[in-house]
Design a protein around this ligand. Structure first.
Ligand code: ADP
Ligand code: MG
Length: 238
């Protein structure tokens, strides 16, 4: 579970074609990074996969099933938002439980998943605190916990670390990679940061003006960039 296929997927906002038709295959369990400069369409592509935007053309298949017209909830994918999307007045436990409450998951099952997520994320001692009483890294882990308890077939991250300081960012990258190793669940991770892409990805998708310039492993992109854009973008971190 967790194979995602885009067939001729395109997005227009009014007359502006932000994403020309593209094809992409994401294998089950892969860590895929969408990387490219600001405004190249990374978030839009992720939101199309999540079902938060409708495609203008094409089809999205999840595990071989046509999910193009499915609601976000039915797609079985979980978007990880930045930590400031937590509810400040709720405890960590309630923040993590929130999507399960919405989905009417039975209480004992909720507790089981909260305990498992808290353990995986080192949050066991913090469940009764509020987000304001946590560090930035802990808050980001709560945001991830809220996705884990949905037991999604894939996690979708949109620049989750961009508002953390540099040292914390390095630590959280490692934690997310470790989580991926442990869960073996598909992750799609959006970033404009080449270092993040090169260090985290099994497969990198380089986007430029809504087009896929190249898809490959970090080593492939580094050794055999297909064009000057990829060479420049991967070769020269900002
Ligand atoms: P990125 O995440 O790579 O920075 P986005 O996907 O947010 O890029 O945006 C890609 C392009 O689509 C940008 O030119 C942006 O202005 C445009 N865009 C995004 N969302 C909308 C929208 N709701 N309406 C109109 N244009 C949009
Ligand atoms: Mg974006």
């Amino acid at each position: 579970m967790g194979r995602i296929t885009l067939e001729g997927v395109a997005k227009r906002f009014g007359d502006v074609e932000v994403i020309p038709p593209l094809n992409l295959d994401i294998e089950d369990g892969e860590f895929v990074v969408f990387v490219g400069p600001s405004g190249c369409g990374k978030s839009t592509l992720l939101r199309l996969i999540a079902g938060l935007e409708d495609v203008s053309d094409g089809r999205i298949l999840i595990d071989g099933q046509d999910a193009t017209d499915e609601s976000p909830a039915k797609r079985g994918l979980a978007m990880v938002f930045q930590s400031y999307a937590l509810y400040p007045h709720m405890s960590v436990r309630k923040n993590i439980a929130f999507p399960m409450k919405m989905a009417k998951v039975p209480q004992d099952e909720q507790n089981r998943r909260i305990d498992a997520a808290a353990k995986a994320l080192n949050l066991t001692d913090y469940l009764e605190r509020r987000p304001g009483q946590l560090s930035g890294g802990q808050r980001q882990r709560v945001a991830i916990g809220r996705a884990i308890v949905r037991e999604p077939s894939a996690f979708l991250f949109d620049e989750p670390l961009s508002n953390l300081d540099a040292a914390l960012r390095v630590g959280m990258r490692l934690e997310i990679s470790e989580l991926h190793n442990r869960l073996e669940t598909t992750m799609i991770y959006v970033t404009h940061d080449q270092v993040e892409a090169m260090t985290m990805a099994d497969k990198i998708v380089v986007l430029h003006a809504g087009r896929i310039e190249q898809v490959g492993s970090p080593l492939e992109l580094y050794l055999r960039p297909k064009n000057a854009f990829v060479a420049g973008f991967i070769g020269s971190p900002k």
